[in-house]
Design a protein around this ligand. Structure first.
Ligand code: NAP
Length: 493
């Protein structure tokens, strides 16, 4: 059964780049296979574009810019809402595509389609509110103010863990602001991006406004980052690549937003129900099989409830089912590729060799080469990789602490600063931790924290800028100041 046979609408499965409203082959003739991480089955092929083809996507975007920016905000809103409606109408196909190329369980893929679509609706409306300001004048007989203008062509480079939502969170903001985009999706998960392009075309988004380029990431980024016509770059991915892109954008002084890695602490106070907190920690750790920038990577539990917490965590974790995301009742799909499995094994071995206790996690039970059974380690210390690295795997590490000052120090002991979780009902502790934690986002007594209205983003090495909320669109807007002199006296006297 081919990929197309699995979809109600086979035209959503595209195996070409999308430039200037046209489906494009690679001029060099190189194609790369895309595989299903759960089965190893080849799903399809994508072209590896040559540099001149990548530049042609910028040509198309630049050409589209004058028309797209000139539309009224409510006209852009209508087209984006048509795109949103088409995502909703095709959500089951989009979810199937996502599960096949990414591996996450089908219900999680449906959730991501919903989540990804919600950014389009949010920014479609937000585009109508990009207001400038009036400035009380300090210059006689002058009117001062600002207007907001789209920055221009934006390049969006996205990861494989959220193949659809990481694109829409950027693209909808840029497009609502009046900026055409050139998207470079992760090579592991291009088909969600290409289905988005197909639906953008059907929604009446003009040619050149939404382009998708495919190929060798380092070459594409060099071509795009050195192009003076590209005014903004937004990247979600690893801190290593984020640093590289920031450097590459320096020569042409682009606007850069970076959503990078995380190493989230999950702090459990002494006053909470250990079972409730343990179940929440399991949810926060194992979402997307731990391949999530918000995954609870360091679980810090007050010593007075540590043992009870560990017991509940282990019991909840044991109930998780690992398998092919297309099958029902599966909680955890595969890791994205075999290198991720190797990395997870090394992290576990490193922790055990440095004194951690393996409470659970028997890899002989894994249902296939890319699968990794959930692991629970206790006695984790800062000298272990499971503490200092973003594991991006279903490996949970628990550490006991004795007081608030100690846990604040532990939680901040990382180069990352994306998200932190706090479980406690003590209002003084909540406030103290909220202020002291060096993170862009702090979630108290809730695993769920994201969605269109919030400013998503990190501090320290977790990134620059914010996505979503009312600030997300600012990444694609320039503030133009004006001074209208010689207006005469306002009072007329
Ligand atoms: P990655 O290796 O940095 O790749 C992300 C994107 O960058 C992919 O499109 C990739 O293309 C491209 N890329 C790779 N090497 C490049 C290079 N030398 N120059 C330019 N582009 C390059 O990250 P990943 O492994 O896909 O994703 C996991 C990371 O993303 C984690 O660190 C996670 O925390 C982070 N993340 C952050 C957020 C957030 O909102 N803060 C959200 C999700 C994920 P190819 O696939 O073609 O190599």
């Amino acid at each position: 059964m081919t990929m197309s046979d699995k979809l109600s609408d086979p035209r959503l499965f595209r195996q070409h780049a999308y430039i200037d409203g046209k489906w494009t082959h690679g001029s060099g003739g190189r194609d790369e296979a895309v595989t299903n991480p759960a089965t190893g089955e080849v799903l399809g092929h994508i072209p590896w574009l040559e540099a001149d083809q990548v530049r042609s996507a910028v040509d198309a975007a630049e050409k589209a810019f004058s028309h797209w920016r000139a539309l009224r905000a409510d006209e852009r809103c209508e087209r984006l809402l048509a795109w949103y409606d088409l995502l909703q109408a095709n959500r089951e196909d989009l979810a199937i595509l996502m599960t096949l190329e990414q591996g996450k369980p089908l219900p999680d893929s449906r959730g991501e389609v919903e989540y990804g679509a919600s950014f389009i609706r949010w920014f479609a409306e937000e585009g109508k509110r990009t207001r400038g300001e009036t400035i009380p004048s300090h210059i006689p007989n002058a009117a001062l103010g600002t207007i907001k203008e789209p920055v221009g062509v934006a390049v969006l480079i996205t990861p494989w863990n959220f193949p659809l939502a990481m694109i829409t969170r950027k693209a909808a903001a840029a497009m609502a602001a009046g900026c055409p985009v050139v998207v470079k999706p992760a090579s592991e998960t291009p088909f969600s991006a290409l289905a988005l392009a197909e639906l953008a075309e059907r929604a009446g988004i003009p040619a050149g406004v939404f382009n998708v380029v495919l190929g060798e990431a380092a070459e594409i980024s060099k071509t795009l980052c050195s192009d003076e016509r590209v005014m903004a770059l937004s990247f979600t991915g690893s801190t290593r690549v984020g640093r590289l892109l920031l450097e590459q954008c320096a020569n042409t002084v682009k606007r850069v937003s970076l959503e990078l890695g995380g190493n989230a602490p999950f702090i459990v106070g002494p006053d909470v129900d250990p079972k409730e907190a343990a179940y929440a920690a399991v949810a926060a750790k194992f979402q997307t099989v731990g391949q999530d920038c918000l995954a609870a990577d360091r679980i810090l539990v007050h010593e007075s409830i540590h043992d009870e917490f560990v017991a509940h965590f282990a019991e909840r974790m044991a109930a998780l089912t690992v398998g092919n995301g297309m099958e029902s009742e599966v909680d955890l799909g595969p890791l994205i590729h075999s290198q991720a499995v190797d990395k997870a094994s090394k992290i576990v071995d490193d922790a055990i060799s440095k004194g951690a206790t393996l409470v659970a996690g028997d890899q002989s039970q894994a249902p296939g080469p890319n699968f990794f059974m959930p692991v629970l380690l206790t006695g984790v210390t800062p000298k272990m990789k499971v503490w200092s690295e973003e594991t991006f795997a279903p490996v949970a590490g628990i550490t006991a602490y004795s007081d608030d000052d100690q846990v604040i120090e532990m939680a901040n002991d990382t180069e990352y600063g994306l998200a932190a979780y706090v479980y406690t009902h003590d209002i003084r502790r909540i406030w103290k931790l909220l202020r002291a934690l060096e993170y862009g986002m702090v979630s108290v007594n809730s695993v769920k924290m994201t969605g269109p209205p919030i400013p998503f983003g990190g501090v320290k090495q977790s990134g620059l800028g914010r996505e979503g909320g009312s600030s997300g669109i600012d990444e694609y807007l320039e503030t133009k100041y004006y001074c209208l002199g010689s207006l005469g006296s306002v009072s007329g006297s």
